[in-house]
Design a protein around this ligand. Sequence first.
Ligand code: AMP
Length: 223
Amino acid sequence: MRLVLLGPPGAGKGTQARVLETRLRAPQIASGDLLRAAVRNKTALGLEAKTYMDKGALVPDELVLKLIGERLGQSDAKSGFLLDGFPRSVQQAETLADMLEARKERLDKVIALILPDEEVVKRISGRRTCRNCGAMYHVIYDPPLNMGICNTCQGELYQRDDDAEDTVKMRLEVYADSTRPLLDYYETQGILAKIDGIGRPEEIEKRILTALGVKGAAEVPEA
Ligand code: AMP
């Protein structure tokens, strides 16, 4: 299955993508993770991208497209993928459609997680990310067993620079201006599923699987 997960920062795209990866046997491809890896590795692309990321602005298309193009070309993405954080503008969506068309492929569905801005700010300001495996926690809603340490790999938990409150506000503006128009774009194509993003991760997973018509979605427990 070829999917895109859309939604404002902190909507739970990453959390859902990680779960769906196993369920749908398709790799999560997160543009933010690819960019952060480039920053960590201090590549020329990463150093350039960092200046935009620190402000909460969009990284120029040519940098993001290079990373996404390379990643989509890897063998595990041949028969399906879950794009998380890409595309973020109509222009990126058009480029993606061209890239897929060249492979005689197209998107099956676009899942848009819908939630209000206040909820986004609340979620992101308490978010902590594992430096090692990328797992995410929330200091109040989903705390790790030991503060500052990842439950899964014992890696160090940190607050992303761009998760600070001011930067989050900027990221929300960018979402409203550049990314939200994608909802209409994909709705017109008849492949958009809008999902209520409020609730426990398992409930949201169930809503997504139902929208995708995946068998066994009803077996995911409710609250
Ligand atoms: P994310 O982890 O998806 O919240 O992305 C973190 C940051 O990486 C964003 O605030 C942008 O600066 C940059 N970024 C991620 N994906 C894209 C994209 N598709 N286009 C442009 N910039 C991006």
